[in-house]
Design a protein around this ligand. Structure first.
Ligand SMILES: C[S@@+](CC[C@H](N)C(=O)[O-])C[C@H]1O[C@@H](n2cnc3c(N)ncnc32)[C@H](O)[C@@H]1O
Length: 358
């Protein structure tokens, strides 16, 4: 777990100073490596295998000048993306990840296309606890209200980031979803309908209630029509930030995936109260989310922890990637007790199952 690193550091002062420079130059390295990837420089080097390519031979292709190649590849060299072998640049393992690992690519695109410009103002957005970075894209109170109209490539990169994490998990949790044979299932934060469509495909009798903001539900409705499943879903356009907005009742199962992390603790408490009220007598709540404290590998905790600034800067101003104990405490305050917790789903999901304490 990542928090083992919070113990006294074992690195030398020299190493620590190098690590500090990596932070100082992080944005520079990010942009140069991304350029080398997007403009095909890394691919050209990879194609040459262990022999690698010299700057001169790359420049001869006429796609990049020697100057650009030197600037970009020297940064890649400093970052371990390529190495030098007798004057030739050869792809190193980190470069191989950039070129072939889709989660790395999704994360780079998300950070570049969605977060990068806005993060320049992080100081102000943290001080205000408001998503002021959103002004880069438009004039909305939260990103979710603007999601359907987000300019490209931001919208696609946002959806790829969101879907990449949840898509791999949805097939794995269908047995959990139908374990109690629910008839009425409510998908809160249904977004483009990935879960709703998977649940409808998994059970021919289930009745789906999809809750989200109007913009997302319009996209969901189109996707349902295209799949020929529109009549099996009741749409509930609802702003869950409005404490007075009640949820439809009598639900056997309430499903919330990557949803509560969009909200402040105060709002999560209010949502849990309304979810508890929406349950049928033996109804249950399934929360699938990314908790940085429940990860097996530091790499997952690292990615999740560093997604929280996006939640402040662009998403809602006061939300984050939480620790699981936060949800469990807030659910308990709403009268919901934790029944089970299952980790290791997809890339980094956990599934918390709650029922009414009474
Ligand atoms: C991170 S996405 C998760 C989508 C989907 N459940 C998944 O797992 O991929 C969060 C969803 O919550 C919705 N949402 C955010 N704020 C909301 C609000 N105030 N009321 C209703 N839905 C909201 C967004 O529109 C979006 O569809």
């Amino acid at each position: 777990m990542l928090n083992k690193k919070f113990s006294p550091p074992r690195q030398s002062a020299f190493d620590a100073r190098f690590e500090a420079q990596k932070i100082a130059f992080g944005p520079v390295v990010f942009q140069c490596v991304r350029y080398a990837w997007k403009r095909g420089i890394l691919q050209a080097i990879a194609d040459a295998g262990d022999t690698g390519r010299s700057v001169d031979s790359l420049a001869e292709e006429g796609r990049w000048s020697s100057y650009v190649l030197k600037v970009v590849l020297e940064t890649c060299l400093s970052a371990g993306v390529v190495y030098l072998d007798e004057g030739n640049y050869v792809l190193d393992k980190t470069g191989f990840c950039i070129l072939t690992d889709s989660i790395t690519q999704v994360n780079i695109d998300f950070n570049h296309d969605v977060c990068y410009q806005a993060l320049f103002g992080l100081e102000q957005t943290l001080d205000a606890e408001k998503p002021l970075g959103l002004k880069v894209f438009g004039d909305w109170p939260t990103l979710y209200e603007g999601l359907a109209q987000l300019p490209e490539p931001a919208r696609n990169s946002w959806l790829a980031f969101d879907h990449y994490y949840s898509d791999t998990s949805f097939p794995a949790i269908m047995p959990d979803v139908f374990a109690t044979a629910p008839r009425r299932v409510m998908d809160i934060g249904a977004n483009t309908g990935k879960f709703s469509l998977a649940a409808l495909a998994a059970d021919a009798a289930v009745e789906l209630h999809a809750v989200d903001l109007p913009g997302q539900l319009a996209v969901l409705e189109t996707n349902l029509r295209e799949a020929g499943l529109r009549e099996r879903v009741v749409l509930h356009p609802t702003d869950l930030l409005d404490d007075a907005a009640a949820l439809p009742g009598g639900m056997d199962l309430v499903w919330m995936s990557q949803f509560l992390s969009c909200f402040s603790e105060q709002a999560i408490a209010s949502i849990f109260r309304r979810v508890a009220a929406a349950l049928a007598p033996r109804g249950q709540v399934l929360v699938m989310d990314t908790f940085w404290d429940r990860q097996r590998y530091d790499i997952a905790s690292y990615c999740l922890i560093n997604t929280s600034p996006y939640f402040n800067n662009l998403a809602s101003g006061n939300s984050k990637v939480y620790e699981s104990a936060d949800y469990i405490r807030l659910a308990r305050a709403a009268g919901l007790e934790l029944l089970t917790a299952r980790d290791g789903i997809g890339y980094c999901h956990s599934l918390l199952r709650f029922a009414r304490a009474d």
